[in-house]
Write a protein that binds this ligand. Sequence first.
Ligand code: PLP
Length: 395
Amino acid sequence: MVSQDMLRLGQQSSVIRAISEYGAARRAQIGAENVFDFSLGNPSIPAPEALTERLIRALQEEHPCRVHGYTSSAGDMGTRGAVCEHIERTFGFEADPKLVYMTCGAAASLTVAFHALLLEGEKVVVPAPFFPEYRVFVEKAGGVLCPVPSLEPSFQIDLDAMAAAIDEKTKIVLLNSPNNPTGAVYSRETLEKLCALLREKEKEYGTEIFLLADEPYRELCYGGASPAWLPSLYDRTLVAYSYSKSLSLPGERIGYLLVSPRMEKAAEVFAAVCGAGRSLGFVCAPSLWQLVLKDCQGMTSDVSEYERNRDTLFHSLSEMGYTVTPPDGAFYLFVKSLEEDAGAFCERAKKYELLLVPSDSFGVKGYVRIAYCTDPETIEKSLPAFRALYEEYRK
Ligand code: PLP
């Protein structure tokens, strides 16, 4: 007999995966050029050439035991130092290599953070909509996920709603900016107010509230938007970072979890992070990638193609009559469904070979997510299908 809980999890496919698998089957049936698959957040832009060159050099020139051997559980100190230098150059913030834990992407960073911080039954408050896997990560760490609706149509944080949701059981406030699925970048002003609110709540309840910044899309910002560096605004911050999107490396599973040196008992929090990593088997993140990234800090894929896709889709869909949230970052467009049931709308879109994700699994109803990390030609070719779908609803 296996764990029934894990069995259930393993047998349920995520909604996004299910649509993407449908897309693969459809491509086999009618040809890839006839399917407009906007389901998965898989980067469509290649990793920078300089990164590939560094990878090749590592394989050709470095000693194999260094390239493929274990690093320390928390990661190579040289890489962790390079991460901190980059943070200092970019944000003017002094991070500490001894408080950086190299991980297998943001998913591992988040899981480790939840296991390190949460006591049974403690709350993780998150603005909705949110990345659906949060629920799995939080609940399996013994916590309770508490989604708080955001302001529509901007999908900025609703501070009053957050104030009402944060109570003495709240251990973590989880933020994802630029946001999946809305593309919203939270404004600095809102974040400053939120941080002030957290300090007030800590005082009121005599508790510690951690801010956990999930930032795999940090560098994917358009039109001058730029996400604030949260450790500068709030001392009890941890940052879950990933190179999956910024360097188009999602399959390589590499990122880090940073504990701010400004928080009280930072060393103890980091020790709990190491304990969580150990208990989950997330030790010694891929050595080859740690080695490569030591020399590639600050490098990003050329994200200008995403910006072009965003502009084309945003302007075209708005012109057709769709209600679209203006996205400042990530590679997602959040569009109001043309009927109340977003699932039914997505089913109807399939008739036009448009594969969209209903917003329900992101914790809000009535929208769809369009992942525009795809080649510009697919975007252009999909526009008549979007128009035909819209016309069908007007009839
Ligand atoms: N957090 C958010 C908001 C995401 O969108 C994703 C992936 O799409 C992740 C975390 C997980 O990223 P990674 O591939 O680095 O594990």
